[in-house]
Design a protein around this ligand. Structure first.
Ligand SMILES: [Zn+2]
Length: 316
C-alpha cells in the first residue's frame, strides 16, 4: 500500500469516517504483509500475562493459547467488595507512571528515546483514556512521575519472561499496584509489547507493568504501529481488559457486553468486517483489537467500567 493510504488512515477525518462507515456492510479482506510489526497473539508462557507480538502478518499460528474460561473479575463481583462497588467518576483516578527507558547506547537509534517522545506517548495514553480520541471517557488519567534511563545491551533486547526481563524489572521497578511501570526496549521477534494483568499483582508484584517496543511510541518508526496506541492497548490489559476477539464468537467473549463478538484479530483497517453471527460488526476501531494504530482509537463504556472494577479490585 502506498503512502496515500497511510496518510488517509492517519487523519482524524478518516477516523471519523471509519466510525461513520461502520454502518456499511463492506467487507475488506486483510491485505498482504506490508509491515515489519504486527500485533499477533503468540504463545504466552503464563495465562495471566498478556503478550503482543508477531511473526509475519497473516501467517500467525494458532498455537494453543488458552483463553480464560473463568474471569477473576466475575468472582470479585460476587464478593462483598464487588457488591458494594461504586464507579469512579470520569478522570478521577490518576495513575502514576514510572517510565523506564532501556537502551543499548546513548543515541535515539539505540533506544534512548527523547523526553519529547515520552511526552507524546503520555498524550496519546491520556487522549485514549479520556475519550479525546473517540470512545468512552474512562476514570483514568496518567501522570508521568519519573523517567529512568539505563544503557544495558542485555536488557535492551529482553525477551518475554526472560532472565533479562526479571533482572531489569528487579532493578528499575518502583511503586505498588497503583503505579504503571512502563519499560521501553527492543525485544525483537516483532514484539510490540506485553503487559501483566492486575489480578497477577498479588502473586508477582515484581513482574507488574508494561513493556513496549520503543519504536511503537509516537513517530517511533514501527509503521503502522507508531502512533502510540500500543501503550493504551497494554495499559488496557494492565487494567484487566482482554482482546476484543477473546474467546472468538463464543462463551463470554471478552467479558465486556458492549464490544461486539469477533472471531479473531483484525489487522490493518477492515471497515465493516463482521466475523460472528452475534449482533454488531467487529470492533476494529477498539484499542483492544490488533488493527493499525491509525484505525484504533477507542474504549467502550463497558470496557471503562471493567477497568474501573479491576482497579478497585486489584490496584486501588
Ligand atoms: Zn494485547
Amino acid at each position: 500500500m502506498g503512502g496515500s493510504l497511510k496518510t488517509q488512515l492517519g487523519s482524524k477525518a478518516f477516523r471519523r469516517a471509519v466510525r461513520g462507515a461502520l454502518t456499511l456492510a463492506v467487507i475488506s479482506l486483510v491485505m498482504a504483509p506490508g509491515a515489519a510489526f504486527a500485533r499477533i497473539q503468540g504463545s504466552p508462557v503464563c495465562e495471566t500475562d498478556h503478550i503482543d507480538y508477531g511473526a509475519a502478518r497473516g501467517g500467525f499460528a494458532h498455537d494453543g493459547h488458552s483463553a480464560p474460561t473463568s474471569d477473576p473479575l466475575s468472582s470479585w463481583r460476587a464478593s462483598a467488595e464487588g457488591k458494594t462497588f461504586k464507579r469512579h467518576s470520569t478522570g478521577s483516578v490518576t495513575v502514576p507512571v514510572a517510565f523506564h527507558v532501556i537502551s543499548s547506547g546513548p543515541t535515539k537509534a539505540e533506544g534512548n528515546v527523547p523526553n519529547s517522545m515520552i511526552d507524546a506517548q503520555m498524550r496519546v495514553l491520556n487522549d485514549s483514556f479520556s475519550g479525546a480520541s473517540g470512545g468512552a471517557a474512562t476514570a483514568f488519567r496518567f501522570q508521568l512521575v519519573t523517567v529512568t534511563r539505563t544503557i544495558n545491551a542485555d536488557w535492551y533486547d529482553m525477551g518475554y519472561g526472560s532472565p533479562d526481563e526479571r533482572t531489569a524489572k528487579a532493578a528499575l521497578r518502583v511503586g505498588g499496584a497503583e503505579t504503571l511501570n512502563i519499560y521501553t526496549a527492543s525485544p525483537g521477534g516483532n514484539l510490540l509489547g506485553w503487559a501483566t494483568f492486575p489480578n497477577a499483582y498479588a502473586e508477582h508484584p515484581e513482574r507488574d507493568g508494561v513493556v513496549l517496543l520503543w519504536q511503537s511510541l509516537p513517530k517511533g518508526g514501527a509503521d503502522p504501529y507508531d502512533e502510540g496506541d500500543t501503550a493504551p492497548h497494554e495499559a488496557g490489559h494492565w487494567l484487566g481488559l482482554y482482546h476484543t476477539f477473546q474467546n472468538g464468537c463464543s462463551n463470554n467473549g471478552d467479558y465486556v457486553a458492549d464490544t461486539a463478538f469477533e472471531k479473531g484479530p483484525a489487522f490493518e483497517c477492515p471497515v465493516g468486517r463482521d466475523t460472528c453471527r452475534e449482533p454488531g460488526v467487529d470492533p476494529i476501531t477498539n484499542l483492544m483489537d490488533y488493527t493499525d494504530d491509525a484505525c484504533m482509537f477507542e474504549f467502550t463504556a463497558g470496557q471503562a467500567r471493567r477497568m474501573d472494577e479491576a482497579w478497585t479490585a486489584y490496584r486501588a
